[in-house]
Design a protein around this ligand. Structure first.
Ligand code: NAD
Length: 257
């Protein structure tokens, strides 16, 4: 099969449909906006009905309010996506010996099983047309561990494995699959962590960012969600058709250590 001729129309993604999970906030929201701006119709998938509905209306997309920890709900999502951005995620911080097992299982369901279920149902559509893009929003924690984040680190490493396997299976069908691996991004998820750590350590929030979060990062600032979205968008462009099975650190030099 010729996998180079069937490209998105010049000038963007018009005619393409993108499914973005966790699209109501942070990185997912920025990805949904960037893909819509490039012309794609976006399925806005999120638990949060209000923000998902508002965004869908604003970008002329379609909201799908589902709990991704519910396999039946995941299996009710549309199968005709040309682009899938697996982004939804959550964090829980505790040492392994105190980590609640049900919380661990929930994180694997949302961050590993849901992406698998979404891909097993959307890949046949991508294969049938000889074009597809899978963008997995992983993390530096897909490549490196941090203490007290066992469920998150385990899930992100799992997502890395799924992404590489899909890259191998999808290549003959014009489907690429890659991970984007951000360091700390300025989103509600991280703002909650900054506030919690400021309380826990009794230090101002700026100090949490500078001393704790950016300790291993060479570029001493948080990343903005829009910067992550631009990399996701580029992965959907014709220029990126040879890039697959990769993990792209967007981490200000964290993993250069
Ligand atoms: P966020 O909290 O701002 O947004 C996450 C979105 O996912 C929310 O809209 C939430 O409603 C949705 N979501 C959570 N659980 C869900 C469920 N069960 N069903 C449906 N939707 C659900 O988070 P963010 O910072 O934008 O993170 C997005 C992704 O980026 C996550 O996978 C996260 O691990 C990853 N990431 C974030 C950072 C960071 O620093 N913020 C860094 C690296 C990777």
């Amino acid at each position: 099969m010729d996998t180079t001729s069937d490209r998105p129309p010049a000038g963007g993604l018009s005619g393409r449909t993108a499914l973005v999970t966790g699209a109501a906030s942070g990185i997912g929201l920025a990805c949904a906006e960037a893909l819509a701006e490039a012309g794609a119709k976006v399925y806005v998938v999120d638990l949060a009905a209000g923000p998902a509905g508002e965004l869908a209306e604003r970008i002329n997309g379609v909201a799908h309010v589902v709990d991704l920890s519910d396999p039946a709900a995941v299996d009710s999502l549309p199968t005709d996506a040309d682009i899938v951005v697996n982004n939804a995620g959550l964090q829980h911080v505790a040492p392994v010996h105190e980590f609640p097992p049900e919380r661990f299982a929930l994180i694997q369901r949302v961050m590993v099983e849901a992406p698998f279920r979404i891909l097993r149902r959307t890949l046949p559509h991508m294969y049938a047309q000889g074009w597809g893009r899978v963008v997995n929003i992983s993390s530096v924690h897909g490549l490196r561990a941090s203490a007290f984040k066992s469920a998150y680190v385990t899930a992100k490493h799992g997502l890395e494995g799924l992404s590489k396997t899909v890259a191998l299976e999808g290549a003959p069908h014009g489907v690429t699959s890659n991970c984007v691996n951000p360091g700390y991004v300025r989103t509600p998820l991280v703002e909650r962590q900054i506030a919690a750590q400021s309380l826990a350590h009794g230090i101002p929030e700026e100090e949490v960012v500078e001393r704790i979060m950016l300790d291993r990062t060479a570029v001493k600032r948080l990343i903005e969600p829009g910067e992550v979205a631009q990399l996701a968008l580029w992965l959907c462009s014709p220029h990126a058709s040879y890039l697959t099975g990769a993990s792209l650190p967007l981490d200000g030099g964290w993993t250069a250590h």
